[in-house]
Design a binder for this molecule. Sequence first.
Ligand code: ZN
Length: 138
Amino acid sequence: MSDLTQLYQEIILGHNKQPRNYGALGDPCSKADGNNPLCGDEVTVYWNILDDKITQLSFEAQGCAISRASASMMTELLKGRSLEEARSLFARIDSYLTSHAVAEMPEEFGELVALAGVRKFPSRIKCATLAWQTFLGK
Ligand code: ZN
């Protein structure tokens, strides 16, 4: 295993063990459930939006480390952004993961770069995108 791969593993396992923004929000909030039957991942995303900004974003999830880490990273990345920014960011992440036309994970993705390895395993891509699709309603 290369040093970089090992670093990425540690980032993923760290988020899996100590997920950020974990737990339901109090009422009122919006929420959505998603699941990935291929892997058995289940996620619930909770949020509040005020003046077009995502003011609160949290999740609960059961499943593999990739799905939980991705959800945790998503809540950190998207809090404070507009829905439009969130959609555009996800569109770029999705095209990175599913299209080999994009060679490098852009730096703006932050720790999500740790998930770059899943593009080699098509069955795990859904693990990495589940929370995003659940939140953004795709
Ligand atoms: Zn999974």
